[in-house]
Design a protein around this ligand. Structure first.
Ligand SMILES: O=P(O)(O)OC[C@H]1O[C@](O)(CO)[C@@H](O)[C@@H]1O
Length: 740
């Protein structure tokens, strides 16, 4: 049997005598960047503070391991539906010197691990915060793009409107969350509106703020810092913004650069996180929280802005609570930035970077579709980043119309086994062969592997062995009999990847598990079997595998991501000025033009829930309250649309070519299809409710007629009855991840 192969990169492994190559197969080894020349102005400024010439070493690539969670999308026949984790860096302080050649030379000063575990020293470059040469015309042109601002954010100040106290998304968890966050739970929802024209401009004291990239790279992250900086200087020109160098490690070790107009100039509207770099997505252990608090105190910060996804924002909530408990004045603000699109809830419609990443990946997928149909000989198995949920793969399917999408959420819901998933794919291949089609494109979310029940159980056993410090070489022999049997059944390359250490959220290192290769391998074996049995009479099945993820993370952000991120940066400043802590900056009604966006701050605790073992009575909460990744809504409008088109996508080669991201002209303001279809506006709906309630108050005042009073009581009783039933724990609509 020949093996599926990857294209576009260097050969990475050999299997059965066939060399495999990959386009993104070695994500742990980012492309080597030519050393950037240090400019005269940088040398003069000595831009890294916290020890005149020290810099935290950014995280070097780790041998990444695996993690995952479930989700599957269904393409093809209605029955063809399929079910469906981060390493820690070491902080290495280096002496930084300018050399004659103009590059920075880094000399190890001392090793200061901030993790609770020892890690090897790594080399790093010291270019964070350095002006970049914007070589390409597009880069230069993009640096001149001025994000559009919602009206309420156009002045130096905003009017702050406080709403009602908040609860949590899951009524059954409210007490647990309240107990875990005694000082920050139940805070009101806050809206920002334009100040009245006659508002008196009071003296505003300068503000000191720190900002850190806590999550993974996501296009648009730089614009959050830009928006924050502009709002801070407009608020009071003597305000100061510090950027922590090297991510959370820089926060723990107090390594900063001051963010100025000069520093920002070449990072505006640009991809990557290279202005400051990133390290671990974790501010969680007592040691880490204490280190962050010490830095906030030492820098006398009024505010700390944490940029990241679900994990970073859960940590932001914990840090906020700890700072209040310790009388530290620093206000903690989270900003939703993540390519995964899984930080999605009543307040957050999408995350910064999701739009760009989906557009880049959709273009790649559609290119592969056209390649497939042109030669008619390969099946392309494309795995897409996005962690546990399948949002990226789902959006890309809507944008590019591949033949099949295997949603982790569907696989998890239907509890499909690995071989059931394989058989469904093979049925699709066979149905196409009957139409004379021997090519196709399949999208596979990286979280799929964890959504397959037996794979999830195997990964859980491996996790426990890691937690018990069992050496990797001994793990296979310590698995339960059934897990050992499954492990032995899997091809050797996957076995090695499954044994990698889990990520900071205890899930497998999803980006490192070649699920697409596993599926291609097993589909080929099944097609050979079907051929031998006479069930398949078509041409020999051949596959090519790709992993699209790192290519898109560094992309130049779309206009939507530029505008959204810049607005969130400006909102963050107003939140700190208003003294809010434990909140996330949010923008609602994103599907509409920017002048209709609603800017707000939502308490992080209102987005939290606790997992439990079972549904129904006796369900016991397990673990701590956290913001969880939100899965695809299998009852949602976007999913319905996909289901409707599944058969046509499977058989008709109804490929769509979205092309590259447009920055100007028609299509430059296109938004994610899912965002448009879902049509959310939670803040707008809250306004409608407020209006209704106030109308009732106005119309049913003491003195109104008996009839009006009776009609009001009867209507209100039925409303409260419905709401009581809906908020009962047994009826609450909770996503699958809540249940183990
Ligand atoms: O940069 P790293 O540590 O390899 O992170 C990879 C992970 O980060 C993400 O890109 C974003 O969370 C995931 O899709 C992926 O699993």
């Amino acid at each position: 049997m020949s093996s599926p192969h990857r294209t576009g990169g260097r050969p990475v492994r050999e299997r059965g005598g066939v060399e495999w190559s990959t386009v993104a197969m070695l994500p742990a080894c980012p492309p080597t960047v030519a050393p950037r020349r240090e400019t005269d102005c940088e040398r003069e400024r000595g831009r890294i503070s916290g020890g005149s010439c020290c810099i935290v070493k950014p995280q070097a690539p780790q041998p990444h391991l695996a993690n995952s969670n479930p989700c599957i999308g269904s393409f093809g026949s209605p029955s063809l539906s399929l079910h469906l984790a981060y390493p820690l860096p070491s902080p290495l302080l280096h002496r930084q010197t300018a050399t004659n050649s103009g590059t920075r030379k880094l000399t190890a000063l001392h090793h200061q691990p901030t993790q609770d575990q020892q890690e090897p020293e790594r080399e790093m470059n010291a270019d964070f915060g350095a002006p970049k040469d914007l070589a390409g015309g597009l880069q230069q042109r993009r640096s001149l793009y001025q994000p559009t601002l919602p009206p309420c954010l156009q002045g130096a100040t905003v009017k702050v409107e406080y709403g009602d106290a908040t609860t949590t998304i899951d009524p059954t968890c409210a007490n647990v969350v309240a107990q875990a966050f005694p000082r920050t739970y139940g805070q009101p929802l806050v809206s920002f509106v334009a100040p009245p024209p006659d508002a008196v401009d009071k003296d505003r004291a300068p503000i000191r703020v720190g900002v850190v990239f806590s999550g993974r790279q996501s296009p648009g992250g730089h614009n959050v810092i830009w928006g924050l900086h502009d709002a801070l200087k407009a608020y009071n020109p003597h305000s100061v913004l510090y950027g922590f160098v090297g991510g959370t490690e820089g926060l723990f070790a107090n390594k900063t650069i001051e963010i100025t107009d000069d520093v920002l100039a070449s990072y505006k509207n640009q991809g990557g996180f290279d202005l400051l770099g990133r390290s671990i997505d974790q501010i969680r252990s007592t040691k880490q929280v204490n280190a962050a608090m010490t830095t906030c105190n030492n820098l006398n910060l009024d505010g700390l802005v944490i940029i990241g996804g679900v994990t970073s924002n859960s940590d932001a909530a914990q840090l906020a609570e700890a700072l209040v408990q310790n009388n530290c004045k620093t206000k903690v603000v989270g900003v939703p930035v993540s390519l995964n699109g899984d930080l999605k809830n009543q307040f957050v419609e999408t995350t910064v970077g999701f739009d760009t990443v989906c557009k880049v990946n959709s273009q790649l997928v559609s290119n592969v579709c056209l390649d497939a149909i042109s030669a008619g000989k390969y099946y392309y198995f494309v795995r897409l980043m996005g962690r546990k949920a399948s949002h990226v793969a789902f959006e890309c399917a809507l944008q590019s119309h591949p033949n099949m999408l295997i949603l982790a959420e569907e696989v998890a819901l239907s509890k499909l086994t690995l071989m059931e998933v394989i058989n469904k794919i093979c049925d699709g291949v066979q149905a196409r062969a009957e139409l004379g089609k021997f090519h196709g494109v399949l999208l596979i979310p990286e979280g799929l592997i964890e959504s397959i029940p037996e794979m999830y159980a195997l990964l859980q056993e491996i996790n426990i062995l890691h937690n018990n410090n069992v050496p990797v070489a001994e793990m296979p022999s310590q698995l339960s009999p059934w897990a050992a049997a499954l492990f032995q059944f899997l091809p050797p390359f996957i076995r090695r990847e499954l044994l990698l250490h889990q990520e900071s959220d205890n899930s497998a290192q999803l980006s490192q598990i070649d699920t697409e290769q596993l599926l291609a391998h097993l589909v080929e074996a099944e097609m050979i079997k079907r051929t031998k049995e006479g069930r398949y009479k078509g041409r020999k099945f051949s596959s090519v595998c790709h992993f699209f993820g790192y290519q898109a993370r560094g992309s130049v952000p779309s206009n939507f991501d530029c505008d959204y991120a810049y607005a969130l940066g400006r909102i963050s400043l107003h939140m700190i000025a208003a003294g809010l802590t434990g909140y996330m900056a949010t923008v609602a009604n994103l599907k509409d033009p920017v002048d209709k966006w609603r800017c707000a701050a939502a308490p992080l605790t209102a987005m939290m829930s606790v997992k439990r073992h079972l549904r129904g009575p006796g369900a016991i909460p397990i673990g701590k309250p956290a913001i969880h990744p939100s899965p695809i809504d299998l009852k949602g409008k976007a999913y319905e649309l996909l289901r409707e088109k599944a058969s046509s996508f499977l058989l008709d080669d109804f490929y769509r070519t979205p092309g590259g991201i447009q920055y100007e002209g028609p299509g430059c303001n296109a938004k994610p299809i899912t965002l448009t279809i879902e049509n959310q506006d939670y803040m707008g709906d809250i306004e409608i409710l407020k209006d209704c309630l106030s109308k009732v108050r106005t119309m049913v005042k003491p003195g109104c007629s008996r009839e009006v009073l009776k009609a009001a009581i009867s209507s209100m009783l039925s409303v409260t009855d419905v709401l009581t039933v809906m908020s009962h724990p047994l009826n609450a609509e909770l996503p699958l991840y809540h249940f183990n």
